[in-house]
Design a protein around this ligand. Structure first.
Ligand code: GSF
Length: 201
């Protein structure tokens, strides 16, 4: 299998962490793919019409995307249980969707300042996207800490990837200031070998 990859991508990091946690990393070749909505030349548009990564090319079937589909496929292939059975599955999927939403907003903020021409950048857009991130972090701090204390699952991995991306691209926003319990959880989770081996760069 071939995974289209960018070491800065929090969504690709979800897949890379799952591969390490399930002992499948040797089965996947990483293919560099750097791009953005205005420059998709190096993105796998033949395998994923959206031109986004991660995209997983398989030898025995069509390419898979997006990160949630790829993670569920690899979790099934590895016989692991990072997606548990129902009813806990519904919580895990909702927590992963919350974390993915943080990543979506954080990536859009990055594109606003890193891709759009300076004269077209709009501060209100950045504040609106950060508002989604702040509400999501507040919700995790208020309602999900019990879940985060449970056995590792894909929701926890997605939250860790989202927080690592905030540190990587939006450190000045200091997400830890208003979320001490989440910060303490992340300090412990970030010590995992799979986290240490996939730091964004
Ligand atoms: C989002 C992937 C994504 O936005 C998923 O895999 O869960 N729903 C998808 N990937 C970004 C790279 S990133 O993680 O920074 C991407 O491919 N951007 C290029 C583009 O054209 O949007």
């Amino acid at each position: 299998m071939r995974l289209y990859d960018n070491p800065a991508s929090p969504f690709v990091r979800k897949v890379r962490i799952l591969l390490q946690e399930t002992g499948q990393e040797a089965d996947v070749e990483m293919i560099p793919a750097i791009g953005n909505p205005l420059d998709s030349a190096k993105m796998p548009t033949a395998q994923n019409p959206l031109g986004k990564i991660p995209t997983l090319e398989r030898d025995d079937g069509p390419a898979l995307h997006d990160s949630r589909v790829i993670c569920r496929y690899l979790d099934d292939r590895g016989g692991s249980k990072l997606y548990p059975l129902a009813p806990r599955l519904w919580e895990v999927l909702t927590l992963e969707a919350t974390a993915d939403g943080i990543m979506d907003a954080a990536v859009l903020m990055r594109y606003e300042v890193g891709v759009r021409p300076a004269e077209k950048q709009f501060g209100g857009w950045l504040d609106a996207q950060w508002g989604k991130i702040a509400r999501a972090l507040d919700a995790i701090e208020a309602r999900w800490m019990g879940h985060l204390a449970g056995p590792i699952d894909m929701g926890q991995i997605a939250v860790a990837c989202a927080l690592g991306y905030l540190d990587f691209r939006h450190a000045a926003r200091d997400w830890r200031a208003d979320h001490p319990e989440l910060a303490a959880w992340y300090a412990r989770f970030a010590e995992r070998d799979s986290m240490q081996a996939t730091k964004p760069g």
